[in-house]
Write a protein that binds this ligand. Structure first.
Ligand code: RP5
Length: 153
């Protein structure tokens, strides 16, 4: 089963990632949730990201709020595709996720991160599936089935 790392910048971000984990499961992809912070546990982020490919991950999803550096820092340590999810928590910052959105979208040239909508965790799973579908027929079939069912509903 293809493996995707699902990173949260804080335990407080984990509920936002539930739709992502659910969608990965529905598509037959193993999603492994880990909590690590670009600011509070930078050495852990480096260690994880630098070894992610050798650990068997094919795509990394990283969610963070506020000055959301986690996806960009992870991308700096790996050539795996990184999908960023800007987080806006209920009752969160004064700018409601715009801080995280810009932090993730406005990467400097050379280190790209795919940026989803604010709290767009489910789309992060679907985008990861689209990448994996290039190689894994089972994921391509699951994604096509999902699209058909979505149209019908
Ligand atoms: C970010 O700061 C995290 O991704 C989270 O969205 C936000 C707040 O973190 P906590 O103070 O709840 O741990 O780094």
């Amino acid at each position: 089963m293809p493996r995707v790392a699902v990173l949260a910048g804080s335990k407080s971000d984990v509920p936002i990632l539930e739709p992502c984990l659910q969608a990965l499961k529905e598509l037959g992809i193993e999603g492994e949730l880990q909590v690590m912070s670009a600011h509070r546990s930078p050495a852990r982020v480096q260690q994880f990201a630098a070894g992610a490919r050798d650990s068997g991950f094919e795509v990394i999803i990283a969610a963070a709020g506020m000055a959301a550096h986690l996806p960009g820092v992870v991308a700096a340590w790996t050539t795996l595709p990184v999908i960023g999810v800007p987080v806006a928590q209920p009752g969160g910052t004064a700018v409601s996720g715009l801080d995280a959105l810009l932090s993730i979208a406005q990467m400097p040239p050379g280190i790209p991160v795919a940026c989803m909508a604010v709290n767009g965790a489910r789309n992060a799973a679907l985008f990861a599936a689209a990448i994996l579908a290039l190689k894994h027929d089972s994921v391509r079939q699951a994604l096509e089935r999902f699209r058909r069912e979505q149209s019908q509903s």
